[in-house]
Design a protein around this ligand. Structure first.
Ligand SMILES: NC(=O)c1ccc[n+]([C@@H]2O[C@H](COP(=O)([O-])OP(=O)(O)OC[C@H]3O[C@@H](n4cnc5c(N)ncnc54)[C@H](O)[C@@H]3O)[C@@H](O)[C@H]2O)c1
Ligand SMILES: [Zn+2]
Length: 301
């Protein structure tokens, strides 16, 4: 077995660290000889970067995702999207390449920093809002137990989210039919905030604010009433996640500029996942950028 460590942090999900992972593979498993089996033990940074290395090394070698954060268990470990960030945009370089196996052992989560637990809960809230009213209600009732990683709630919730993601991915594995876009609920504004804040926010924290941006945009476009945003805000607060990005003192222009470089903007036109009600989402193209700007300004002010 050969071990290669990736230094901690989103800022290391980059081209340089990807190169080092490839160097480690090349040093231990050159073109001839044994085929490596890459085992990505870690959070989303490791699963994305290691998955991408496995996808392109010798045009693809088998790999296993062993997610060790809550976020990776319910999201990044599943689905085959791999890649690294570029200075100009998150996940700009990557490939879709499926693992042979996902080995999620929730016992690994016991050592997680509470902030990272909350970050994973943000993605769980994303699944609940877009797919499952019952899960949303469970989260409203049992948030404290979930944050405390109580097995009787953690296991079924992780399994349910994993299955929801797997169903979406199975319906559009190569991301050609536009079905996977639902998994980006909250991520259009969220990713831009994450980049603009230069990684002062965890992925989940940025997504929490991004989800509120999406429901506020939905409300302004008349898709839903204010009650939905209030309910989501309460749930996000109960998870100890941020409901605005005001403390970061970011300029709205910076966030909007980064957002427009995102893959979700095709030919300069926005694509947002918006919400009519819990479990009822809609992908909307060409949302008026004035509306988006107003909402971003509100969340930063
Ligand atoms: N590919 C996808 O479909 C997909 C989906 C969602 C998110 N992502 C990506 O995932 C990344 C975020 O993942 P993350 O939240 O897991 O972040 P992360 O990988 O940075 O892990 C968070 C922190 O937890 C630590 N850690 C990991 N496992 C631990 C454990 N068992 N005990 C204690 N500490 C542990 C890490 O060292 C790190 O400091 C982002 O880059 C995001 O873009 C990818
Ligand atoms: Zn995410």
């Amino acid at each position: 077995m050969v071990r290669h460590d990736v230094p901690d942090g989103e800022e290391n999900k980059n081209w340089e660290q990807f190169g080092r992972a490839i160097d480690a593979l090349a040093a231990s498993f050159p073109e001839t000889g044994a085929v490596p089996l890459v085992l990505n033990l870690g959070g989303g940074v490791v699963s994305d970067l290691g998955g991408f290395a496995a996808a392109v090394y010798r045009r693809g070698v088998p790999y296993v995702q062993a997610p060790s954060t809550l976020l990776a268990c319910v999201d990044s470990g599943v689905g085959g999207k791999t890649g690294v960030n570029h200075a100009r945009a998150k996940n700009l370089i990557g490939a879709i390449y499926q693992p042979k196996l996902v080995l999620a052992d929730v016992a690994l989560l016991a050592t997680l920093d509470p902030r990272e637990v909350r970050s994973g809960v943000a993605e769980i809230i994303k699944y609940a809002v877009t797919f499952d009213n019952e899960l949303f209600r469970t989260l409203e009732e049992r948030m404290a137990d979930l944050l405390a990683l109580k097995k009787e709630i953690l296991l079924p919730v992780v399994r349910q989210c994993y299955e929801m993601k797997a169903r979406v991915v199975e319906s559009d594995e190569e991301d050609r039919l536009g079905k996977r876009i639902v998994l980006n609920f909250g991520h259009t504004v969220g990713h831009a905030l994450e980049m603009a804040a230069e990684f002062q926010l965890t992925h989940g924290e940025a997504i929490a604010v991004g989800m509120l941006a999406a429901t506020r945009i939905s409300e302004r476009l008349g898709l839903c009433g204010p009650a939905l945003n209030d309910r989501l805000k309460k749930l996000i607060e109960s998870a100890g996640l941020p409901t605005s990005a005001r403390d970061l003192l970011l300029r709205p222009e910076k966030v909007l500029e980064i957002m427009q470089r995102d893959k979700k903007f095709v030919g300069g036109t926005s694509r947002f996942v918006l919400i009519r009600d819990i479990g009822q989402w809609e992908a909307v193209r060409g949302v008026d950028m004035r509306v988006v700007r107003e909402v971003v300004e509100e969340l930063l002010a």
